[in-house]
Every structure is written in structure tokens, then in C-alpha cells.
Design a protein around this ligand. Structure first.
Ligand code: AMP
Length: 445
């Protein structure tokens, strides 16, 4: 299918061409016709599938084709869980809507409210924002949602994870009952289904990937590594693999700061982003990371939600998240829109249960990588693993394992170049981006 067949406005087709998109992604091909017809849509689309354009393009088309009322009040509201995602969606609205005369405002907390009020006063058709700031603006009579024709919930599952359910319900009460609603979520819990049931009317169901599945373009593997050795392993992988652009996830804000500090100490330029950082610092960190000025971005789940960094080659789960669904979101940062990527997880002994929960969710065993001097032999291997590894090193006695583990560490300390990969080195190296700067710009187009 081509974009032309979707019957979008010529201005939108031009923007699409400018972006270099040759054909609609599956979510776009399936969702756009329904949205154009004015239907409610319940879309199960994982991140990186092109979902933003799937709702933005037909939204811009409809708002332009249909007469606007004289009120000059906003006609479309896009709710996002994070500031970063709001900024990104806002950018897409601008990019795709370049040839059209629709105005938009992006509103989120953590920055001054007055410039946002000023923008709203000037009159906008589309408002993109996070629930908290949107409600603040409504309370202060700076935002009137009574003329909203289209309501879009982007990454609804994350909004619920972040505790926005009551804010969402309040916003729903402020928008007209008669409206079009588009509901995008990567995962489907009972809570998500019940929210969707209450706000959608006869929705068209659109799904592009099996529930809770990661994109096939992402190579997934896990290292069993003790907590105390994780930062050494990270440094080693980055240096040995000559990785240039790495997104690292930690469970806590403190953890993100600590990992970033350790990397910087090793001469690997890194910045941490999390909820305690100011919006300006987060925006700058992301811009520097995208511009390859920062090699590693260390982020918590909340801060990283919705980040769109094209061709991101490496994602490292430094800590496994408590919520298995987060794993799918995290690794969705790589392998986007068909490009390949590598997602590596570090699992220490006490994270094995989390690892198994992730594997149950994605219905797939994650390949175990091992590396001399780093791998930990766990006592708590589940039965299946124990069977698989029969005859292998895991079957050795605990005493031997401990001795080996300590010996490996000491050997490692004495080896300046660090240990060799047991597996996967060749692949990683052949895939790695060159550190040569001209190659970098070529990759980034
Ligand atoms: P999203 O899932 O909306 O975050 O989009 C993921 C990435 O896919 C973004 O970098 C988009 O620019 C890109 N993208 C969106 N639509 C297309 C398309 N039809 N062809 C190629 N890339 C696309």
C-alpha cells in the first residue's frame, strides 16, 4: 500500500515524502482509514511502529478538511504520559503539518506555565500535553476543552502505570461526550481494557504486533552478572565493542546518577536523565545524545518513555524493571521502524525471578550470553535452565563456582585489556557503528 492510496491531503503527502517514508507502516495502513472515517480506534501498537504518524496524519487531515467553529478553542487533545513524549508528538504535529495552517501548543509541567498560557491565548487547534499540567491550565481557566472533537491517548498503559488514572478521568469529564477517541497502548492489562471500555464507542480494533511482543528486529540477550560487577561489564562491553550510542536503563534515579558517574570516570561521556532533573537538563541531555555529543544516556523508565532516537543501536537493561511490561518498552528504543538493534540485559541473582517474568510475558527465552570474569553461576536456576545446562559449568559444585568466580575477578584485575567475550563478540563487532565521524554523519543521514 502507498500513502497516496490513503487519500491524505497533498500537503501531508509532501511532508511524508520529505521525511523519506516510502510506504505506511502496518499500524498506519490499518489505523489511518478508520481515523479518517471519524471512527473511534483502539490500537495495540508497540513503540517504534510509527504509531505517532498513524494518529497525527489523519488528525491533521480531518482538522483541515472540516470547518472549524468560530470559538477558536482547541479541537484536538493529545494526552501523553511524559514531557519528552509530549515534546516529540508536538514535533511530529509540526513536521507533518508544515504545509497546513493548524496551530498547536505543547504543555507539560516542570517548566514555566506562563508561556504556555500565552500560547493558548493566541488560539490553537491542537493541544498536546501531560495530564497534570493540562488540568492545572484548565483549573486556571487558561484551557477550555469544551470544543474538543478528537481526543487521543498515547501510550495509555504508561499513563496508568504512572498513576494518571484519576487525572485522565477528570480530563474525560471536561471534553464533550460527542467526540472521536483514539486510544493507543503497547500492552493490555485489565485496567487498560476497562478504561478503554468506558471512553471508546464501538471502536475499531487495530493491532500490529502480538500482545507484549518485542519487535523482531531487536536481538535480545542477557548476562548473568553479580550486582557489584555490572558497571565493570558495562564499561567492558562499550569499550570492547566500540559502541557509540547506548541507552542504559536503571531502576532508580540514584542508580542512574551512579552509573553515569562511573562511566564518566572511565572516560565514557555519559549523562543521566530522570524525574529529579529539570526539564531543561533533560531536553539538553537528549539533544546531546541525539547529536552524538554524549555517548551513553542513562535513564529511568519514566524519563525514557517515548524517546524516539532513530537508529539507536544499543539498549542496556542495567537493572531489570519490576514491571515486566517495561522491558518491552525499554527495548522498543532500539530496532525502530525496521532497523536492527541489540538489547542486552544484566541480571543478578536476585533478578532471576524478574527475568523469568519477562520471558513469560514475551513468550520467549532470552539468550544467555557469558563472559569470562563476569558471569555469575546462580544457585537459583529454574528447573528448565538446570536441565538445559546439564553437563555445563552450572552443574559444578557451589564451592568450585565461588572459587572460579573469585579467580576470574582476580585474573580480570590483572589483565589490562579485560576479559574476552565467550560468545557474540564477532557479531557485535561486525554490527558496531564505526567511531569514524564521517561514518557517523552518514548513518544519521
Ligand atoms: P513512533 O512509533 O511513532 O515513535 O515512530 C518510530 C519511528 O518511525 C520514528 O522515527 C518515525 O519517524 C518513523 N516512521 C514513522 N512512520 C514511518 C514510515 N512510514 N516509514 C518509515 N519510518 C517511519
Amino acid at each position: 500500500m502507498s500513502f497516496k492510496e490513503l487519500n491524505l491531503l497533498p500537503e501531508l503527502l509532501q511532508s511524508i515524502e520529505k521525511q523519506g517514508y516510502t510506504e505506511p507502516t502496518p499500524i498506519q495502513a490499518k489505523a489511518i482509514p478508520h481515523v479518517l472515517k471519524g471512527k473511534d480506534v483502539l490500537a495495540g501498537a508497540q513503540t517504534g511502529t510509527g504509531k505517532t504518524a498513524a494518529f497525527t496524519l489523519p488528525l491533521l487531515h480531518r482538522l483541515t478538511s472540516q470547518k472549524r467553529s468560530k470559538s477558536h478553542l482547541p479541537r484536538a487533545l493529545i494526552l501523553t504520559p511524559t514531557r519528552e513524549l509530549a515534546a516529540q508528538v508536538g514535533k511530529s504535529v509540526d513536521t507533518y503539518g508544515k504545509g497546513l495552517s493548524l496551530r498547536s501548543a505543547i504543555v507539560f509541567g516542570g517548566v514555566g506555565i506562563n508561556p504556555q498560557k500565552k500560547r493558548l491565548r493566541q488560539g490553537v487547534e491542537i493541544v498536546i500535553g501531560t495530564p497534570g499540567r493540562l488540568l492545572d491550565l484548565c483549573k486556571q481557566n487558561s484551557l477550555d476543552l469544551s470544543r474538543i472533537e478528537v481526543l487521543i491517548l498515547d501510550e495509555a498503559d504508561r499513563m496508568l502505570d504512572m498513576g494518571f488514572i484519576n487525572d485522565i478521568k477528570k480530563i474525560i469529564r471536561l471534553v464533550p461526550k460527542k467526540r472521536q477517541t483514539l486510544f493507543f497502548s503497547a500492552t493490555y492489562s485489565k485496567q487498560i481494557k476497562s478504561l478503554a471500555d468506558t471512553i471508546l464507542v464501538n471502536p475499531e480494533l487495530v493491532e500490529v504486533a502480538r500482545e507484549n511482543m518485542a519487535a523482531d528486529t531487536v536481538t535480545q540477550s542477557v548476562y548473568h552478572v553479580p550486582k557489584s560487577r555490572k558497571s565493570d561489564l558495562l564499561v567492558h562491553l562499550i569499550k570492547e565493542g566500540d559502541w557509540n550510542q547506548i541507552l542504559v536503563f536503571t531502576r532508580t534515579k540514584h542508580g542512574a546518577d551512579r552509573v553515569s558517574k562511573q562511566l564518566n570516570k572511565e572516560g565514557i561521556v555519559s549523562v543521566a536523565i530522570h524525574g529529579n532533573k529539570s526539564q531543561a537538563a533533560r531536553t539538553r541531555a537528549l539533544a546531546d545524545f541525539k547529536a552524538w555529543k554524549v555517548r551513553v544516556l542513562v535513564a529511568t523508565d519514566v524519563a525514557a518513555r517515548g524517546l524516539d532516537i532513530s537508529l539507536l543501536p544499543h539498549v542496556v537493561n542495567y537493572d531489570l524493571s519490576e514491571v515486566p511490561e517495561d522491558y518491552v518498552h525499554r527495548i522498543g528504543r532500539t530496532g525502530r521502524a525496521g532497523s536492527s538493534g541489540e538489547a542486552i540485559s544484566f541480571a543478578s541473582g536476585d533478578e532471576i525471578k524478574l527475568l523469568r517474568a519477562i520471558e513469560r510475558l514475551i513468550k520467549k527465552k532470552i539468550t544467555v550470553n557469558s563472559m569470562d570474569g563476569f558471569s555469575e553461576h546462580f544457585k537459583v536456576l529454574d528447573k528448565e535452565d538446570a536441565r538445559n545446562k546439564e553437563g555445563h559449568t552450572h552443574e559444578r559444585r557451589t564451592g568450585d563456582r565461588r572459587r572460579d568466580s573469585y579467580r576470574d575477578r582476580d585474573e580480570n584485575k590483572n589483565r589490562h585489556r579485560g576479559p574476552k567475550h565467550n560468545r557474540g563478540t564477532q557479531n557485535r563487532r561486525s554490527q558496531r557503528p564505526s567511531s569514524n565521524s564521517s561514518n557517523r554523519s552518514a548513518r544519521r543521514g
